[in-house]
Design a protein around this ligand. Structure first.
Ligand SMILES: [Zn+2]
Length: 308
């Protein structure tokens, strides 16, 4: 990406955040006025220099010391603070990430969740309502960090991290009800983006951040490193287990788009067989690429399902 494109993309992103805030504020009415009074417009910084910061980093290094580092060594003007995280990757003694200059070693015990207090009213429409992180003494990254960020003339963005982490399945009550179902009918541990309760969970988070912390949160960075069934079948970094999703909600969405569920399922099962054979070095008669390409041409539903 060229530098000019990168700046444009960032500006577009900031505009989207502003638009998102306006949208969630609703139409004209008392609620919109209340939000407008407390929320300053997002600044379109000429140089948007942001960095992600995990919750434990504030605890280990100290909020002021960490902000000193960001400002003095990185010229950072926007903090993307994780406000929702199930992937700690904390530096521990003898761990996989050797960073000797990072504060102290952490406790590997981690529950994860929202690192802020939210009003349950934002989660009335979902079964996923209990996800406040108990970690680090119930640390509230917005209440404790945002005022200090803003006092330095920096902006505070909530880094809303929505990767699929198996521990969510254990730590969020009712979570197994919203997980994806693979092409063979088996439940996975990854949430389905077409499940209404998971969607309400996501929009509840946006509302709880923008309305619940209107004067602290300047924007939201949407974090999500996930892929569809085709890319998950191919594999590589950030893939999740299972060729999914074939749950009732995804099937219904496919029917609305006039995509054949049966043909998609058949195509993906053949694709699964091809990849299993490849993993065992069982080369198809016509070669791997031809076999793969032929499947995509014979079952265009494979690609259609990828973007459901
Ligand atoms: Zn689904």
């Amino acid at each position: 990406m060229k530098a000019s494109e990168a700046i444009l993309a960032r500006r577009t992103f900031v505009r989207l955040c502003t638009a998102c805030a306006a949208f969630l504020g609703g139409g004209p009415g008392p609620q919109t006025k209340a939000v407008a009074q407390t929320r300053a417009p997002v600044r379109n910084r000429k140089n948007f220099v942001a960095i992600q910061v995990k919750p434990y980093a504030w605890v280990d290094e100290g909020i002021d010391a960490l902000l000193d580092n960001l400002q003095q060594k990185g010229n950072v003007n926007t903090v993307w603070a994780y406000t929702y995280d199930y992937s700690e990757a904390r530096m521990t003694r003898g761990g996989t990430i050797p960073l000797p200059d990072h504060g102290v070693s952490g406790d590997p015990h981690f529950v994860g969740g929202a690192f802020y207090d939210y009003d349950p009213k934002y989660f009335r429409n979902t079964i996923l309502k209990d996800f406040r992180s108990p970690d680090y003494g119930k640390f509230n990254v917005i209440a404790d960090v945002a005022p200090k960020v803003k006092a330095r003339g920096m902006d505070f963005f909530a880094w809303d991290y929505n990767n699929a982490v198996p521990m969510m399945n254990r730590n969020i009550p009712n979570f197994p009800q919203v997980t994806e179902i693979d092409v063979y009918g088996k439940r996975t541990t990854s949430p389905c983006f077409n499940h209404p309760d998971y969607r309400a969970h996501l929009s509840g988070k946006i509302e709880s951040l923008l309305s619940g912390y209107a004067s602290e949160v300047d924007g939201i960075a949407w974090g999500c490193e996930r892929m569809g069934p085709l890319q998950n079948a191919i594999g590589g970094g950030w893939t999740t287990a299972g060729i999914s999703c074939f749950c009732e909600h995804c099937r219904a969405k496919a029917r609305e788009r006039q995509i054949s569920v049966d043909r998609a399922q058949r195509g993906y099962r053949l694709l699964g067989q091809l990849f299993q054979a490849a993993a065992q070095d069982r080369r198809p008669v016509d070669g791997y690429f031809v076999a793969f390409w032929r499947l995509l041409l014979e079952y265009p539903e494979i690609l259609s399902w990828e973007k459901l």
